[in-house]
Design a protein around this ligand. Structure first.
Ligand code: 1HE
Length: 254
């Protein structure tokens, strides 16, 4: 594989560092493929991934220098390829915590909103500037950003190309935690460790279940919730988790 993504495993946590700082971690096809490869086959023992960018920026979106050469058919397949990778980031079964700094722009915001917990430093720029580039989003923003902000607010965000800062992003749900300068990665690691201490099947159900149920009709969603509960509540980890609570001790999950 290439060298656009560094992967370091620290116990149950894999730290993924996008490493194209001179291009503000713009998403090349190579970087996308390396992210995909990690989530296709996470290393044994890894329970949570932390994703961040080297050099002060999370990701400046699609690598525009690669974009210009594509025709319509190529762009269609490229967009569908992004959808596959973003779905894999969101749905591999691993919880993903992102540490956001600097640019969280275009495809960078699409990537960030595929992660489950987003921790943002004060210098973040959340933007969908596709209108200014004469293009449209293609990495899943209409679904993920649109569902966080609502169609109305996302339309306004794209039409005006406005830049949201971290406090606004947290208040709208684009990020979950606002932290100080230099604190996103350490805080993301703490959150990842906390998530890694949950029962694996509970984490799996949260990741696989909640987003899917959101796409369902109400009665279907409630039925699937009961199925998830039936699996989780009858697992060995449920016995341990409930016993640990009653015995006033920390649970020891598988
Ligand atoms: C890039 C990219 C990129 C930077 N593709 N090369 N995304 C954008 O429209 C965002 C474009 N980038 C920016 O607005 C700015 O670069 C930043 C605000 C992120 C950073 O500004 P700054 O002043 O720190 O850096 P810079 O001087 O603008 O850029 C440094 C280098 O990174 C420069 O290359 P160099 O060879 O001249 O040094 C830039 O060209 C390069 N660079 N961003 C390629 N995105 C699935 S569809 C998704 C559609 C989208 O994502 S559209 C939004 C694309």
């Amino acid at each position: 594989m290439g060298d656009s993504l560094n992967i370091e495993v620290d116990g149950a946590i894999a730290v993924l560092t996008m490493n194209r700082p001179d291009k503000r971690n713009a998403m090349s096809d190579g970087l996308l493929a390396e992210i995909d490869a990690f989530f296709r086959a996470p290393k044994d023992g890894v329970r949570v991934a932390v994703l961040h960018g080297a050099g002060g920026h999370f990701c400046a979106g699609l690598d525009l220098s690669e974009h210009v050469a594509r025709d319509a058919e190529g762009t269609l397949h490229h967009s569908r390829g992004w959808h596959d990778v973003m779905d894999r980031v969101q749905g591999s079964g691993l919880p993903v915590v992102s540490a956001l700094t600097g640019a969280v722009i275009g495809g960078g915001l699409e990537l960030a909103t595929s992660t489950h917990v987003r921790v943002a430093e004060p210098d973040c720029i959340f933007q969908l500037p596709e209108g200014r580039r004469g293009i449209f989003v293609g990495g899943g923003a209409t679904v993920r950003v649109g569902r966080i902000l609502g169609a109305d607010r996302m339309t306004e965000m794209m039409l005006t190309g406005r830049k949201y800062g971290t406090d606004d992003a947290v208040s709208m749900g684009l990020a979950h935690y606002a932290v100080g300068a230099g604190e996103a990665l350490p805080r993301a690691m703490e959150i990842a460790a906390q998530i890694a201490g949950n029962a694996p099947l509970s984490n799996y159900m949260m990741i696989q279940g909640i987003a899917r149920i959101h796409d369902m009709a109400r009665s279907d969603g409630l039925f699937v919730e009961s199925l998830c509960a039936a699996l989780a509540q009858t697992s060995p980890d449920a016995v341990e988790g409930l016993a640990a609570f009653l015995e006033k001790r920390a649970p020891q999950f598988r």
